[in-house]
Design a protein around this ligand. Structure first.
Ligand code: M5T
Ligand code: MG
Length: 577
């Protein structure tokens, strides 16, 4: 997966990557050349007392050093550019994919892990790409070139290379193998911590109301502690790593000086060669170390890449038809034909054999006890879910054959738990139709009986709404979301229990105003209160996912015992109250 992701998302930045390779090649060769120039100055210039030679070679050395630094900087610059662009594109890819998910697809993963995958996981892969670009060329060339150059200086000391390099590989490799599983579990712990934190922040009011802070704090504390423990274990290994590497470097240095010194004494080696050899050995060891660090990043990044790939590979369960049917009429006629539906993983169907028609200009009401399947029924029209069998038709065309835009421009839903976005009231109202004028917004607010409280706000339409709409009351949120639906001027309105948070008088006023505005639209209302739905053209009585009775209020009072029971229970509670 890691390779696939990198191949797919790094392709547009190939020119940058080529630049990185060229610059690194140049800077590595320059770096390898420097010690040998240094040796020449000492062994030829200083030994012969040739000041001219020293100046000349020194000049060349300065030039090479400048090239080395400049190309190294350029390499890192292009490498960072490519890696950051890669990360941005990958993040965008994950985000696009997630926004194409249906409710069902999101549930398969869960929101917290989708968030971690789109942020932290992408960052890990991006980090690997960044380091990879910075080291992939330099490290092997530095190793091989360094060994070659070192041996050129003195063959007799070569055993020092053969001893110190494998020693370093073994020590660093051992630590990396110990670190890998820790990194893998760290990613899971981060997921879990995100999940708990998210849940607690969203549910903060409930937590307060039930005085669950100590319990929740403890739950968070436990997850936090687990992450800390893993991080500490990782830290402990890192603490070992640096002294171990330092030890090997310093012992190698001492060994080179000791054995090389003896050879210089014996006149078998020149001092310049000795320093050059030492510098090459250090270059090799540092390159080996970097290579091993890189190798260590790969498993972690590949865990992350797999997690990202799982998201990217999902075929959204609800997809647009390839050749959408263009409906002949656009009046907003809704028809359910023998529709059955079950939630994924549930054994019993939530809806079975639902058939009804809602004509433009008509109001169809759905009433039934909680859990009867009212919300699920509405969800099938905008394709939040697809029916298992039967057909849901809009203007005579099955919704599965309609282009998404054809559905969304004609169907507006006021969900049972309305969600507002952070921003202003205005920005929320224009959600479905950005080009709506201010008059249209006020008009919608008036109809939704929300005008007064928006006018009371000093910033009016510009008043801030917090994420989820938590800074307005439940009833205000409901009315704002009704206004939001009105602004889109749809052909079909779906109101899911949208009047429940309103008092009876406001409810009546709102519905009277709505009636005028929605005269030629199809309206489907889910309601709990009989008074809300009594004047509907057709009332469907839903029980355990089936339509048990249908008709107008008067007809149902006569014919339906279930409906009568509902009416009587509400009358008696009103009488009691
Ligand atoms: C009908 C189940 C739920 C209930 C039945 C939304 C949802 C519901 N269900 C799931 O299994 N998964 C889900 O994501 O389906 O639920 P409903 O359609 O929401 O019922 P309702 O709208 O009539 O109820 P209410 O309380 O809003 O009046 O068994 O468990
Ligand atoms: Mg519901």
């Amino acid at each position: 997966m890691l390779v696939t992701l990198i191949r797919r998302y790094a392709r547009p930045y190939l020119p940058y990557i080529v630049a990185v390779i060229i610059f690194q090649l140049a800077s590595t060769i320059a770096a390898l050349y420097l010690p040998s120039l240094n040796a020449q100055i000492i062994d030829e210039g200083v030994a012969r007392g040739d000041t001219d030679y020293i100046w000349r070679t020194g000049g060349v050395m300065l030039g090479v050093a400048v090239i080395q630094v400049a190309t190294a900087v350029a390499g890192v610059y292009f490498g960072s550019k490519a890696a950051m662009a890669f990360g941005r594109d990958l993040r965008r890819g994950v985000f696009r994919k997630v926004t194409s998910f249906s409710a069902k697809d999101v549930n398969v993963f869960g929101a917290p892990t989708l968030i971690t995958r789109g942020t932290n996981d992408v960052q890990q892969v991006q980090m690997l790409v960044l380091l990879g670009l910075n080291f992939m060329v330099a490290t092997p060339i530095m190793c091989i070139g360094g060994i070659f150059m070192a041996l050129r200086e003195d063959l007799n000391l070569s055993w020092l290379v053969w001893v110190s390099v494998p020693l370093l590989v073994v020590v660093v490799g051992y630590l990396v193998v110990r670190l890998m599983p820790l990194f893998r579990s760290m990613q899971k712990k981060i997921d879990r911590l995100n999940g708990i934190l998210r849940e607690q922040i969203i549910g903060i009011r409930v937590v307060r109301a039930f005085v669950r802070e100590p319990h929740e704090t403890q739950r968070f504390g436990a997850a936090n502690q687990e992450l800390t423990d893993v991080s500490l274990k990782i830290g402990a290994l890192f603490v070992l790593m640096f002294p171990a590497i330092g030890m090997i470097l310093h012992v190698s240095t001492a060994a080179v000086l000791w054995f090389g010194g003896q050879r210089v004494d014996a006149g078998e080696m020149q001092v310049g060669s000795l320093t050059a050899f030492l510098q090459y050995l250090l270059q090799i060891l540092i390159a080996v170390m970097m290579g091993t660090f890189m190798a260590m990043m790969i498993p972690r990044a590949s865990v992350c890449a797999d997690r990202i790939g799982e998201v990217l590979d999902v075929e959204p369960s609800i997809h647009e038809p390839l050749t959408p049917t263009v409906p002949a009429g656009r009046s907003g006629r809704v028809e359910f034909r023998n529709v059955s539906f079950a939630y994924p993983g549930a054994e019993a169907p939530v809806l079975s054999n639902i058939s009804f028609t809602a004509e433009p200009g008509q109001t169809v009401a759905i009433i039934g006890s909680t859990g009867a399947g009212k919300t699920s029924l509405l969800a099938l029209l905008p394709r939040l879910y697809d029916a298992a069998s039967g057909e849901v038709l809009l203007d005579g065309v099955p919704v599965t054959n309609l282009a998404r835009s054809d559905i969304t421009t004609r169907v507006a839903m006021v969900p049972q738990r309305p969600y507002l976005f952070s921003g202003t009231i205005e920005h929320n109202l224009r959600f479905g139709r950005p080009e709506a004028t201010d008059e249209e917004l006020w008009d919608a607010l008036t109809t939704a009986q929300a005008e007064d409280f928006v006018r009371e706000k000093s910033q009016g339409l510009g008043a801030r709404i917090s994420q989820g709409g938590t800074n307005v009351s439940g009833g205000q949120r409901q009315r704002l979301s009704i206004a939001r639906a009105l602004v889109t001027r749809p052909k079909v309105f779906l109101f899911d229990d949208s009047f429940s948070a309103l008092d009876v008088a406001t409810d009546a006023r709102l519905r009277r105003a709505l009636k005028a505005k929605t005269a030629d639209a199809t309206v489907i209302i889910v309601g709990q209160r009989v008074s809300t739905i009594a004047d509907a053209d057709q009332i469907l009585v839903l029980d355990k996912g089936q339509i048990v009775d249908r008709g107008t209020h008067e007809e149902l009072l006569d014919s339906s015992s279930t409906y009568r029971e509902i009416v009587e229970s509400q009358l008696s509670t009103e009488a009691a109250a």
